[in-house]
Write a new protein. Structure first.
Length: 190
């Protein structure tokens, strides 16, 4: 019996041992596919471990696609997300609470491109005004999600992934001492 469990099981193209992205929690690893009886029905479940968060989810196999569980992004999609970091921050002129909701929705969408847009828009250099606590929290959450996927796809440590992300952010347009003039630029662009 023990020998059988070593062989990766596969359902819907997902197999045990594989890293996946779960929208609300980011990168996790399928450690098993198990059967449970719930209310008299047999239910197949993906057992997904999120090691860094010390969390385990059991996702019904039948619901995986509708929940948005997906395979890790392809390398070219990761590269596209890194290029997005080099662009100019796009900050809407709406109330912070509305923007915070939008950023949170993008982070929890599980879409690497949407997450990279949040990282880009909330990134601050040393010579820029300080972030608010809630901006910092959202930035850290987006950076963490992005770093986990970049590290899993490129087989790097998360620290190396963060360095790659920050390198790409620093290739972006300078937002230095002109920070005061930024409002004028936004008005001109609007």
């Amino acid at each position: 019996m023990a020998g059988q469990q070593k062989k990766p099981m596969q359902r819907l193209g997902f197999k045990t041992g594989e890293y996946i992205v779960y929208p609300a929690h980011g990168v996790g690893q399928i450690t098993a596919i198990e059967e449970q009886e719930v209310a008299g029905h047999k239910l197949e479940l993906f057992v997904v471990d999120f090691e860094k968060d010390k969390m385990r989810l059991k996702v019904p196999v039948a619901k995986a696609a509708s929940i948005g569980m997906r395979k890790l992004a392809e390398t070219d999609y990761v590269n596209k997300s890194l290029r997005i970091l080099q662009g100019r921050a796009r900050v809407k002129r709406t109330m912070w609470s509305r923007r915070a909701q939008e950023y949170d929705a993008k982070i929890n969408s599980g879409d690497l491109i949407a997450i990279s847009e949040v990282v880009r828009d909330l990134y601050r250099t040393e010579n820029q005004p300080e972030q608010s606590y809630s901006e910092r929290q959202l930035y850290e959450a987006a950076l963490d999600r992005m770093a986990r996927e970049v590290s899993a796809v490129n087989k790097l440590s998360e620290t190396e992934a963060v360095q790659i992300i920050e390198t790409n952010l620093n290739k972006g347009p300078r937002r230095g001492p002109k920070a005061d003039n930024e409002e004028d630029e936004k008005d001109a662009a609007a």
